[in-house]
Design a protein. Structure first.
Length: 221
């Protein structure tokens, strides 16, 4: 697998609280140059990035991030505003407390509502695997499939742990045929990137892939 192929699976990400416009600009410039799948940025920057980069950049943003316990209406409104501002992909965090309480109907309903707000745009559902049991992860595979979301995503990167190959392999066994997998959090080396893609992750959310691979990939661009 070439570095260029790996980068085509990357959601080039900057979500830290202190992210400045200069840092976001660098992220976007790198994404355009190296052909990443998207940039994943805070909602507050979506409109400015869309105005600056237009069709040259695929913009992903986060909803209910990172804790996920926002009320339905807030997540739906966030989604609608993000899409209107220029985002074409939404990564939403579920209400993990509802999952831990076995209150699965509200989780399903929330994902459906956010997917409706996305329209034809991509919805990735972050289930924060580090807090879930295996049975809860399997249940979330079923819920994400039923809600017709486009991706199930492992982690925010702000929890106690990030993606594992075991979780990607578990997802692959239990999601429906129209659901893809995004791994995020702790994917730091080229070997990790290749392993997660080979395990079934169509996307990887990371801040380090471009820095890691750009030197080798630059001759391909």
């Amino acid at each position: 697998m070439t570095d260029k192929e790996i980068l085509s699976h990357i959601d080039h990400t900057l979500l830290k609280m202190t992210a400045s416009w200069a840092e976001i600009g660098t992220l976007c410039d790198e994404a355009v140059r190296f052909g990443t799948a998207s940039v994943c940025i805070p909602p507050s920057y979506v409109k400015s990035v869309q105005e600056a980069y237009g069709e040259d950049l695929n913009i992903c943003t986060v909803i209910g991030f990172p804790l996920g316990y926002n009320v339905y209406s807030a997540k739906v409104l966030e989604t609608e505003l993000a899409i209107k501002s220029g985002a074409s992909e939404i990564d939403m965090v579920i209400n993990v407390g509802n999952v831990k309480s076995a209150h699965f109907s509200p989780v399903l309903e929330e994902i459906k509502l956010v997917k409706e707000a996305c329209g034809t745009n991509i919805l990735k559902v972050i289930i924060e695997t580090c807090f879930l049991t295996e049975d809860e992860k399997i249940k979330m595979c079923e819920i994400v499939t039923e809600a017709k979301a486009d991706f199930i995503k492992t982690s925010t990167g702000f929890g106690t742990a990030g993606a594992t190959l075991a979780d990607v392999e578990l997802f692959k066994k239990h999601i429906g045929p129209n659901v893809k997998i995004k791994a995020a959090g702790g994917v730091k080396t080229r070997e990790d990137l290749v392993a997660f893609i080979n395990a079934g992750a169509s996307r990887i959310g990371t801040s380090s892939a471009v820095k890691l691979l750009a030197g080798n990939a630059s001759s391909d661009y």
